[in-house]
Each structure stands twice: as C-alpha cells, then as structure tokens.
Design a protein around this ligand. Structure first.
Ligand code: RFL
Length: 411
C-alpha cells in the first residue's frame, strides 16, 4: 500500500483536524509502551487500535520477558504488577535421546527470565496509559490510513466505528506499532525500504492447556518426530508447542492426538508425567521471519512486529518490541520537547543491531529444534552435536546463555 493522498482533499466533509505531536498506530506492547514513555515526558499523543480494549487485554501470546526489559519497564514505572506476579525462571531443560538435561542459566550468568503473560502486560500498560496518565486511546477504529509522510505535516485518518465518519489527526510524527498484519509497514515505499524474509518451512501447533505446569521450568523436547515445548503461563495454564507441517489444520489435532504426541516428544527417563488438561487455544503458526530496513521513512517510524517478525522459536518478539518502543519513545520525546533529532536519526540502526542478533539466534536454535525431524541424518547429527556441546563445553554454554537471555552488553 502506498500512503494515501492528503485526507483533506479526499474527504472535504470530515470533521476539522486537530494537531497532535505523535499518533501511535496499534496498542500492543510496542504502541502502549511508546504511548506511556511519551505521556511521562509530557508529550501529547493519540493511540489508535482496531480491536476493543477487552480483546487486547485477553489475546494470549508471549510470556517470556527478558530481565533487561523488566528493568527498563520498572525504571519507567511500568512494572509494579509484573514484579509482584511474574514467575522468575532460572533454568530450562532439554530432553533428547530419552534423557533430561538441565541448563542452569542463572548459575552460569547470574541472570534470569521473567514469565508474565502478554495479556497481563498489555492490561497494565493500557491502564497506566489511559487511566493513570490520562492518555488518549481510541479503540475499534476502522480503515486507518497514513498521509503526507514525506511532508512536515503528516496525518493519520480513520473511520469512526460509530458514526462512520472519517477523522483526521494532523501530527508531526507517526509511530507504526500495528504488528505483523497492520497497515503502517506498507506505507514505506518499496524503493526506499527493503524487507528481508526467512521461511523455516515448519509449523508449530501453539496450544494453551487448562492444566498446571508439569515442570518447574521451560522444557524443550528435541525428538525425531518433531520439536515439542512446555512453558508455564500461570498456576492453572500451560503453553505447549508441537512442531507440525506448515499450514496444518488445527482440527486434525484432537485432544488425544495432542497429548499422545506431547507425552512422546517430551518423554525422558525419570521425567514426571505431563498433567493433561482441556485445550483452550489451538492454532498453527507458520515459522517465518522478516526484517524491514530501514525502520523509518519520512515522519513514520516503525516499532515491534510492524518492523520485524521473529518466529516464536526463541521467545524474542515481544522483547524486541519493547526494546524498539523505549528507544522510539525517548527519541520522539527528545525531538518534540527539545528539538533534538539525533536519537530519531539513529533509531533504525540502533534497533536493527539487536533485531539481527535475535534473528540469528532464532535461526541457530531452529536448526537444533527441527534438524532431528528433517529425515536428513546429516542435519540430525549436527543438531544433536550443537545440543551436546551446551552440556560439554562451558564456553558454549555461556555463549548460549547470553543469547537465550539477551544479556549481551552490546549488539
Ligand atoms: P502486536 O502485539 O501485534 O500489537 C499490534 C496492535 O496493533 C493493532 N492493529 C492496528 N491498530 C490500528 N490500525 C491498524 N490498521 C491495526 N492493525 C493492527 C492490533 O490489533 C494490535 O493490538 O505487536 P507489537 O506491539 O509489536 O508486539 C509484538 C508481540 O506481540 C509479539 O512479538 C510477541 O507476541 C511474539 N511472541 C513472543 N515474544 C516474546 O518476546 N516472548 C514470548 O514468549 C513470545 N511468545 C509470541 C509468543 C507470539 C506468538 N504468536 C501468537 C505469534 C507466542 C506466540 C504463540
């Protein structure tokens, strides 16, 4: 989609536009964090969201939040509930060749992971933005369009769901935080931005089970029948993953088949049996990545999944969205309040270093998880060698822990 022509010309009867320094498109972790950072800096903004508040506060997705991201949220007064309610994870367990191998990453690095379901984080961020910091957020908007991004006076327009009228928000900057299926990415002209893509050629059946976790840590089953994962989401809900063909039909995975396959792929000597439960979410995710470079054009700056998708193989997507959002919120605040454009100019490059680092780790990990099920004995052999190295070489273990936890001092 090219950006739309100026709405004033297209919609002469629309209500007269008001000016806002920043319009944020999308109320996921990225957009809400940008909004909160801007509110804290005293910058007025509007957040536009196509879904309802109830919907975004319930949409199940991520759970793993890296320690640096939690520290950054806390510094900005956004982590009070998270710190009270999140689980702290200090190790994970790989299961392969019928055996259990604990990987004690906190022991190796002094760092840990937090597990806090994404809908809870979104709920906290909306409440802080709208109810505490008095931010303007409009839910249920339709047909969002971006205009005049190359000019000094861009605007964003949308259809009001109740009146059907097109509203126009004149602004100085647009933060494109509308995720993988949004509209802002398409406003980058194809001759100015490049999208790099990678397709893993595998699918994951993503499941949420109404069952308490069956282990005190995350489990990764690396099995010739395919990868399987277990991740606690709360005391009564557990996320499971099962590798499957891309585009597979979730209806082909009834309760019995799912649990039989999970028992098999996560089975190991001495492992307690999995606790089964009703499956409350069952969807197939095709594993693929993309990165848009640069993440900006004119007055539009992309953040989060709008700019880069990282398959949930290494649980990195929401962490990258938060990283972008802190940088973008601060950069926009510096520009709007002090006229200092340096951070905005360096924004895309500053984000992309971490993005590429996390993409590379996901690709490395994908080979470990999926190699043994390719049917190719060479790939299976090298994948198992990668895995064994984590438990035989302290140097390899430390390097893995750094990437797994996102603790590198520089990218
Ligand atoms: P989001 O969360 O998709 O939010 C975008 C928002 O924009 C709205 N929207 C629009 N609004 C206005 N106008 C439009 N035209 C719009 N189009 C869309 C959408 O309704 C939505 O509210 O993107 P954001 O903020 O960039 O956040 C990205 C994260 O949500 C994503 O990366 C993670 O969920 C990925 N992910 C994980 N990341 C982690 O860091 N750790 C994990 O453990 C983890 N697990 C996962 C995951 C993603 C998963 N799925 C479903 C792909 C597990 C799964 C199963």
């Amino acid at each position: 989609m090219a950006e739309s022509p100026s709405p004033a010309r297209r919609h002469p009867g629309s209500p007269s536009p008001r000016h806002h320094p920043v319009v944020v498109v999308g109320a996921g972790p990225a957009g809400l964090t940008v909004g909160n950072v801007l509110r804290a800096a005293g910058v007025a903004c509007v957040v536009l969201e196509t879904e309802t508040r109830e919907f975004i506060e319930r949409r199940p997705r991520a759970g793993v939040v890296e320690e640096w991201a939690v520290r950054a949220l806390r510094r900005r007064g956004l982590a009070a509930n998270l710190l009270e309610r999140a689980q702290v994870h200090t190790e994970c367990e790989f299961r392969f060749d019928g055996e259990r191998h604990r990987f004690p990453y906190e022991e190796l690095t002094g760092r840990h992971h937090y597990v806090y379901p994404q809908p809870l984080l979104v709920t906290d961020l909306v409440r802080e933005y709208a109810d505490v910091r008095g931010g303007d957020i409009r839910f249920g908007v339709r047909d969002v369009r971006l205009h005049d991004l190359d000019s000094e006076r861009p605007s964003v327009s949308y259809l009001d769901p109740e009146t059907g009228l097109r509203h126009v928000l004149r602004c100085d900057f647009v933060a494109g935080c509308d995720g993988a299926r949004g509209v802002t990415r398409a406003a980058l002209p194809s001759d100015r931005a490049r999208t790099a893509r990678h397709d893993y050629g595998v699918g994951w059946l993503a499941l949420l089970a109404e069952a308490p976790p069956s282990s005190d840590c995350v489990l990764f089953g690396v099995h010739p029948r395919g990868f399987a994962g277990h991740m606690a989401r709360g005391p009564e809900v557990t996320r499971y993953y099962l590798q499957c063909p891309p585009g597979d039909d979730p209806d082909g995975w009834p309760h019995e088949r799912v649990w039989a396959e999970l028992h098999l792929r996560l089975g190991a000597a001495g492992a307690p049996p999995l606790t089964e439960g009703r499956l409350i979410e069952k969807r197939v995710l095709d594993m693929h990545d993309y990165v848009v470079e640069p993440m900006a054009h004119g007055r539009l700056f992309l953040a989060g999944d709008a700019a880069h998708l990282v398959a949930p193989i290494a649980a990195k997507g929401m962490n990258l969205a938060l990283h972008d959002a802190f940088l973008l919120g601060d950069a926009l605040a510096a520009q709007v309040t002090d006229g200092d454009r340096r951070a905005l100019d360096g924004y895309s490059e500053a984000c992309l270093r971490r993005v590429w680092d996390y993409q590379e780790f996901s690709q490395w990990l994908s080979e470990v998880y999926h190699g043994p099920a390719t049917g190719d004995p060479f790939r299976a052999g090298t994948a198992r060698a990668r895995l064994r190295r984590l438990f035989t070489s302290p140097v390899a273990a430390a390097a893995f822990a750094e990437q797994y936890l996102g603790t590198a001092a520089r990218h």
